[in-house]
Design a protein around this ligand. Structure first.
Ligand code: FDM
Ligand code: MG
Length: 212
């Protein structure tokens, strides 16, 4: 596809267990992009505003039950339905910062009994591949001492431990593991400098496809 003269936007994903500060760091990075005049868009998954997202939201709040494979596919479909928007933004030079992505999809489902990572990855195979993934690493005991988990499905210490184990299997060279226990401004500085270094390298390259 044609890349504009200013180059494409970069695709950044934030991942990790609950209470690692993903949303805070996402917001800080988006604000940094805005204040420096870069075009930027912010996505969070699940996107609870779509029809698919509403079923996911109801499931997460425990208001409805869904079969485990079926809900896995809904989470994936909720990403695929955003792909036309994401690719158009990237191609037109807007960077996209995502709070959770396919790695959450795999980590949270594969943490359930009877699921394997290979099966879990398949529906997300071919999605736009993030240029970089920031994994905010936090031990479950530290996450729990930050604030008690809420009432949503999956917000339990034992399950989060299992999720963390799957994330470890998913790590690749495009991941930066960030120690989430540090001061949020310090973490932001580290993320910012990593993104700045990366920017020029990816601007004129094609976006890759995930897990292909
Ligand atoms: N989650 C999130 C999944 O189980 N699969 C997915 O594909 C995604 C994107 O949904 F417990 C889980 C992770 C978390 C919950 O996420 C909602 P937020 O970040 O707490 O809204
Ligand atoms: Mg949550």
């Amino acid at each position: 596809s044609l890349l504009s003269r200013k180059g494409r936007g970069i695709l950044v994903a934030f991942e990790g267990c609950d209470r690692g500060g993903k949303s805070t760091q996402c917001k800080m990075l988006v604000d940094y992009f805005k204040t420096t005049g870069r075009d930027v868009a912010h996505f969070s998954f699940p996107d609870r505003t779509t029809i698919i997202g509403q079923s996911i939201d109801s499931y997460l709040q425990g208001k409805s039950e869904l079969e485990d494979h079926a809900v896995h596919l809904l989470f994936s479909a909720n990403r695929w339905e955003a792909v036309p928007k994401i690719t158009q933004l990237i191609e037109r030079g807007t960077s996209v910062i995502m709070d959770r992505y396919a790695f959450s999809g795999v980590a949270f489902t594969a943490a359930k009994k009877g699921f394997d990572v290979t099966w879990c990855k398949y529906p997300d195979r071919g999605l736009p591949c993030p240029d970089i993934v920031f994994y905010l690493e936090i031990a479950t005991k530290d996450a729990m001492s930050r604030a008690s988990f809420g009432n949503e499905r999956y917000e339990k210490a034992e399950f989060q431990e299992r999720v963390a184990k799957v994330y470890k299997e998913l790590k690749s060279d495009d991941w930066r593991v960030v120690d989430a226990l540090r001061d949020m401004n310090e973490i932001h500085e580290e993320i910012k400098s990593t993104v700045i270094k990366l920017e020029d390298n990816v601007k004129y390259s094609e976006l890759k496809n995930l897990w292909t």
